[in-house]
Ligand binder design. Structure first.
Ligand SMILES: Cc1cc2nc3c(=O)[nH]c(=O)nc-3n(C[C@H](O)[C@H](O)[C@H](O)COP(=O)(O)O)c2cc1C
Length: 200
């Protein structure tokens, strides 16, 4: 499958085949691709909770207002942001580069995030957005389907995954085999409503 086909055939699947189980190797391969997703300053501020345990997936479905995808899908990835990534030994994000580069990035991260919870939050949501798309496109390449989800009770999901104080949940993505194709697309807006040349 090429990238264009993966983009065109990725759909938010509502009905997963509950008998299909991904192997631990498949989950690992998927997550190895996901951590290649881009982050500002390569700060890798996402954290992923992968859930294949059926009893936990069922709890997540309950927290997701009884939506079936988490319990019927094979894998639930809860995408979280670490608000402390900017200060958590940041030189390691550039450990393959000279020390001067590492120090430069460390200072830039402190300037942007130390005094701005808003910047930390925005960055986490941005990073998780890219990672979510990587999960969904890589899943297509693996012959799998997905559903991104934010329809859940935040506090309940936070408790289920034991979310640390300085982390937030951005969204979750369910991965598995579709039992039914997604419904017809809702209807994309016309290009000229959403794309502007040079300025609005
Ligand atoms: C951030 C986000 C949250 C979503 N939350 C849910 C959800 O809780 N339940 C659900 O069934 N679909 C959810 N969706 C799927 C959207 O409804 C779906 O992506 C949209 O209708 C477009 O359809 P498509 O993804 O098949 O192209 C979510 C999508 C996004 C991007």
């Amino acid at each position: 499958m090429d990238t264009f086909e993966a983009i065109r055939t990725r759909r938010a699947v509502k009905k997963f085949d509950s008998s299909y189980k991904m192997t631990a190797e498949q989950v690992k391969s998927l997550m190895e691709l996901v951590i290649l997703s881009p982050t500002s300053y390569n700060q890798q501020n996402w954290r992923f909770v992968t859930v294949i345990d059926q009893s936990v997936k069922e709890k997540i479905s309950k927290a997701a207002r009884d939506q079936a995808q988490p319990k019927d899908g094979s894998l639930v990835v809860v995408l979280c942001g670490n608000m402390s990534a900017w200060k958590d030994e940041p030189t390691r994000y550039w450990r393959n580069h000279p020390v001067e580069k590492q120090e430069q990035v460390k200072n830039s991260l402190a300037r942007k995030y130390a005094d701005s919870p808003q910047n930390r939050r925005d960055e986490a949501i941005r990073s998780c957005g890219f990672a979510a798309q990587t999960i969904m496109l890589a899943a297509r390449q693996m012959g799998l389907d997905s559903c991104p989800m934010v329809g859940f009770e935040y506090d309940q999901l936070a408790e289920i995954i034991n979310l640390p104080e300085d982390h937030l949940i951005s969204m979750m993505v369910v991965v598995g085999k579709a039992a039914e194709p997604a419904a017809e697309r809702g209807g994309q807006l016309a290009l000229d409503e959403v794309v502007f040349e040079n300025q609005f």
